[in-house]
Design a protein around this ligand. Structure first.
Ligand code: IPM
Ligand code: MG
Length: 356
């Protein structure tokens, strides 16, 4: 039987709880499919800093590079906020992305009909939303040089090379070919040179995809359009920071940031993580929503392991559980149904995986 090696990084805050639930669901999947998973846990983030003085120990990088895929929870917390930038938990994650070369981050936004009443946006605006944000992940202002800070002045630089834009644009167009064949590229080309190059390069890539229709939108307008009429979008292609901001905004289309998964691909090994943070304020309370992480595990099955039927099994189980009325606290604002804890939600999804 096939056996895949999965690197597990739980991280900080709620990371531990949500990843445990994803493992529970993955184990249930294995019982019903023809492969096995072997897990090895690594440290990253604040917990790694506390033990090794380094938010990304070498052992983690080496272990991740040797694995078939990486499942990651979340990092960060107030406790480490005053550290120098390179020691902060976030630096660990950014370095890992760079080391792995995962330059494309896929963030699908699908609205569950069962949760239409959870969002603060009107149901008729939301019903049927199916969009994919393709966020550039290893370049842009997150990584640009020079960067500097003293007490009087600080600077960061937004840099993109043509090659960096081209490769992520190809991921967006390839994705669009498997979807509704529309790419909307988001930039700020009316102000930034880096966005002008972005736009020109995306236009060039589009020439190889005659079936895909390409449009461009300024990021400020895109932020508005996303809540005004999210159904107009199929694939949104954008840079690192714009994608970070727009995907948090888009999570409110689904009703909770606890629902959005992501896949970081482009390197040899894929990294799969929920889009949300470590939520230290609710860590350990057993109320975090594990669905974003469980859906990230489904993306891992699909993109890194090629186990499509297993991925569908997980996604259908989640849908079934929501249909049956189970809700973690974040989804329970309006007419709470069956409220469950983090681990109850994981268990119910795991149980349903077998029934699909
Ligand atoms: C995300 C997160 C990270 C990012 C942080 C934790 C560095 O917000 O994955 O969206 O900004 O990329
Ligand atoms: Mg973010």
């Amino acid at each position: 039987m096939k056996c895949y090696n999965i690197a597990i990084i739980k991280g900080d805050g709620i990371g531990f709880e949500i990843v445990n639930e994803a493992i529970k669901v993955l184990n249930a999947v294995c019982l019903n499919e023809n492969f096995k998973l072997s897990y090895k846990e690594y440290l990253m983030g604040g917990c790694a800093y506390d033990i090794t003085n380094n938010p990304l120990p070498n052992e983690t990088v080496e272990g991740c590079k040797k694995s078939d895929a990486i499942l990651f929870g979340a990092i960060g917390g107030e406790k480490w906020d005053s550290l120098e930038r390179h020691l902060r938990p976030e630096s660990g994650l950014l370095r890992l992305r760079k080391e792995l070369g995962v330059y494309a981050n896929l963030r699908p936004i699908n609205v569950f009909d069962e949760l239409l009443d959870v969002s603060t946006i009107k149901p008729e605006v939301l019903r049927g939303v199916d969009l994919l944000i393709v966020r550039e992940l290893t370049g842009g202002i997150y990584f640009g040089q020079p960067r500097n800070k003293n007490t009087k002045k600080a600077l960061n630089t937004m840099v993109y090379t043509k090659e960096e834009i081209k490769r992520v644009a190809i991921v967006a167009f390839d994705s669009a070919m498997r979807r509704r064949k529309k790419v909307c590229s988001i930039d700020k080309a009316n102000v930034l040179e880096v966005s002008q190059l972005w736009r020109e390069t995306v236009e060039e890539v589009a020439k190889n995809y005659s079936e895909v229709s390409l449009s461009h939108m300024y990021v400020d307008n895109a932020a508005m359009q996303l809540v005004y009429d999210p159904k107009q979008f199929d694939v949104m292609l954008t840079s690192n920071m714009f994608g970070d901001i727009l995907s948090d905004e888009a999570s409110m289309i689904c009703g909770s940031i606890g629902l959005l998964p992501s896949a970081s691909i482009g390197g040899k090994v894929g990294l799969f993580e929920p889009i949300h943070g470590s939520a230290p304020n609710i860590a350990g309370l057993g109320i975090a929503n594990p669905i974003a992480t469980i859906m990230s595990a489904a993306m891992m099955l699909r993109f890194s392991l090629g186990e499509e039927s297993a991925a569908l099994r997980v996604e259908k189980a989640i849908q079934k559980v929501l249909k049956d009325g189970y809700r973690t606290k974040d989804l329970a604002n309006y007419g709470a149904k069956k409220i469950c804890s983090t681990s109850e939600m994981g268990s119910i999804i795991a149980k349903n995986v077998a029934k699909i």
